[in-house]
Design a protein around this ligand. Structure first.
Ligand code: SF4
Length: 258
């Protein structure tokens, strides 16, 4: 029998699966030991901006109020300190780029909104999954599109750049998992998967590819098997991540072990 048979009862998600590749030890702390951990500046900033998009798309605030709400609430909501950087003031630079974005945001009146931050539950091979796509729309071709708001500067891998490709492939998996949920509910796959990289005012529009979709579903199944067989939960050390991003950065006794 698998060591971690209790995981049959887990509700899986993209974050839960992907965290295993970031650091198995952090997955254990969060999902096996159920330690809550703590947020970080980037997480708070991202959630704050996501909420602004959500409130606009649900009609709770107008397009013209977005910038003012951003300005007035920023310090109340984004309370955590940004990491130190000798070349720039990260907090200030994030604040300014958000202000610039929301001050010039022209809205998405063309979109037929299908769902905003709605919870989708689904099963893959009898395993429970949950996902909350940021936005699903119907485009002018009467086809669905999934849109994910990103505060981090994600790039499209046009040239042979392994790091850019790896990052993109990591992030697009979430949208392919969302595509699975979309298909379960609407009986159709999306035409495009989009990243709204708002902080740097960029947009990536990726056509849905059946091959990448199948690879992602297989990745999800394989990752569940890795979780179930895991017994060592080795820490994966990355100086910047361990000290600034990880939810367990202030309690991890393994930080620094390679
Ligand atoms: S601090 Fe580093 S080693 Fe510790 S759980 Fe987080 S990512 Fe893993």
């Amino acid at each position: 029998m698998d060591d971690n048979f209790f995981m049959d009862e887990f509700t899986w998600s993209y974050s839960r699966l992907n965290s295993y590749y970031i650091c198995p030890y952090s997955s254990k702390l969060q999902y096996v030991d159920c330690i809550k951990g703590e947020n970080n500046f980037f997480g708070q900033y991202g959630s704050f901006c996501h909420k602004l998009f959500e409130d606009y798309l649900k009609g709770y605030i107008s397009l013209f109020d977005m910038c003012e709400v951003y300005e007035n609430k920023f310090n109340d909501v984004v309370k955590l300190k940004a990491p130190y950087n000798k070349f720039s003031n990260i907090r200030q630079s994030y604040y300014i780029s958000g202000l610039d974005y929301f001050g010039n945001f022209e809205g998405w009146d063309d979109y037929k909104i299908i769902s905003v931050e709605e919870k989708f539950k689904f099963e893959i091979d009898g395993k429970q999954f949950i996902t909350i796509p940021d936005l699903i729309i119907r485009n002018k071709n009467d086809r669905l599109e999934i849109i994910d708001h990103k505060s981090e500067d994600l790039k499209y891998p046009k040239r042979q750049n392994t790091k850019v490709s790896e990052k993109f492939e990591e992030k697009i998996k979430q949208l392919y998992l969302n595509s699975y949920a979309v298909y379960q509910r609407y009986n159709e796959f999306p035409e495009y998967l989009n990243f709204n990289i708002f902080r740097v005012n960029n947009w990536i529009k990726e056509p849905f590819k059946v091959e990448d979709y199948n690879k992602t579903i297989q990745w999800a199944k394989n990752t569940i098997e890795l979780y179930k067989k895991e017994s060592e939960w080795k820490p994966k050390f990355d100086y910047y991540y361990c000290n600034n991003i990880c939810n367990f950065r202030n309690i991890c006794e393994k930080k620094g072990q390679k």
